[in-house]
Ligand binder design. Sequence first.
Ligand code: PRX
Length: 636
Amino acid sequence: MSNYHIKDTEEYYQVYRKSITNPEGFWEEIAEEHFLWQKRWDKVLEGDFNDNEFKWFKGGKLNITENCIDRHLKTRGNKTAILFEPNSPEEEAQHITYNELSKRVNKLANVLKSKGVKKGDRVCVYLPMIPELAITLLACARIGAIHSVIFAGFSSNAVAKRINDSQSKVVITSDGAYRGAKTIDLKGIVDTALKECNSVESVLVVKRINSDITLKEGRDEWIQPLIDKASTECEPEIMDAEDPLFILYTSGSTGTPKGMVHTTGGYMVYTGYSFKNVFQYKENDIYWCTADIGWITGHSYIVYGPLVNGATTVMFEGVPSYPDYGRFWEIIEKHKITHFYTAPTAIRTLAKQETEFTTKYNLSSLKILGTVGEPINEEAWHWYNDVVGSKRCPIVDTYWQTETGGFLITPIPYVIPTKPTYATLPFIGIQPVLMDDNGKEIKENFVNGNLCIKFPWPAMSRTIWNDHDRYRKTFFSTYKGMYFTGDSALRDEVKYYRITGRIDDVIIVSGHNLGTAPIEDAINEHPAVAESAIVGFPHEIKGSALYGFITLKDKGACRNQEHLQKEINQLISDHVGPIAKLDKMQFTEGLPKTRSGKIVRRILRKIACNDTEELGDTSTLLNPKIVKEIMDNVVK
Ligand code: PRX
């Protein structure tokens, strides 16, 4: 029998050892005993970090929705699979059972088929956090279509880029989204995006806010009448373990986002196994992850990981501040939530409010708390632990990435003791190493190093859509034979890891992964701008915020800087999305550059962070005088 559910520390070390000394044997047992396959695999793992082509469970056949839905129907048919809490507390929550989920997924799968969607076709999903979002993912998976979810906060430009890159055939969106007291015109954003796209044949629209939208003849249709007519039966498409399940775009060091491709078998096994252990999920628990399904956290730990385990997973449409800052805690009391998993930015925001907002609710149902997406600072950790968890709920600080598909480094409650600000130990099967800048492994502890992973794990993404070469270069060229995360980390005396931040051009703002390149491209579109450079600086709530150093073509001609700042932020909103707006902007005479003309961001980062004591030797710059000019005019 395999150790599907690790219950104590000794067992963790024993299972961990097994998973790294015999990874194939280990994952084979887990896959065989706890998942449903239509055909057994021929080989557990093929490929390594030197050739960068990986296959897990090669030759295995399955459909992930049979694992997420069908196999639960006998024993859990009437159990709530998805518990939907709407934006407005006035609107009733929906409890969608596994039986009902099965019917709704099959119906939507049949609708997609009727629109000509076949195995391997891409379906773009641009929806708010409503049940149809999760159902669409599963409906795609049912028929072997590849879903590409775009977070519903991205702009039309960002949507167009992603649709074009994936060549999506169908878009599923809604007539709008509720977001606290506001509404967002999602359909309008799709309409603008589609002016730039020619792969899309149909747009299916979910009615959510009853807004007055126009349907383009021959392309757009309301989805509900089609669903009403569709059959509740849909045979699952039998997929190869290595067939793509989805594409999810994430930032990279160029203006083009990386379409990370996740495949079926290994992703299912890893997300299922890691969900079960990291949340120590028990049959009647009510699990709530506040992420949006537009991000990897939602894919792996709202939809697939929980449903594969027959869990009840909560989907919340709204925001933590609406109608007031007590909303999260009210929901926990109302649904007797046992597991609460959120981002440090949300914790910091809520910790700033009157304690009353939190303490007036009964949070005694909580058993386990979690964080994800960015480093959590000590103060926020203690507030979460003391006020929300009453010091009795372990906090799992889960470190991972869109690219990794599932947790890399994380505590396991009651098994791996937590330590504030530390993600602690590697999850089963993960072999972390710290490397120095010269490509040597750092063996000692208490040193900061570049975090790499030494051996493949089943949920890692297999490629970048349409660009395998970029995949190789981005993740495997810095350190030969290793996956480079792009993060730095510190290892303490008991080998616990603490993530200390990104070392590339990605900045984590409020837990959102933002590349500097697309933001700079947007700013440079402004006719008054010559060039720009974006860096991160510490922010009390967001963790990091964006500081833009912008050189104008003719600074003297700019009469109204405030107006220009607004225009620049609007451009960023239009091109990337409102989450990427700059908190600080400085108009400079120039940017520090090397003699070969490369912007020296390291210097700008230090200036933005008010850390100018050790700027290093600036005399070799192309324009050394510019550093002082920038420092003198820094925005406080
Ligand atoms: O820098 C790390 C940070 O978020 C990055 C990955 O972002 P994304 O692909 O959007 O996925 C976020 C959700 C998994 C990482 O490279 N990060 C993620 N989790 C943590 C973290 N930083 C510190 N602590 C974490 N727990």
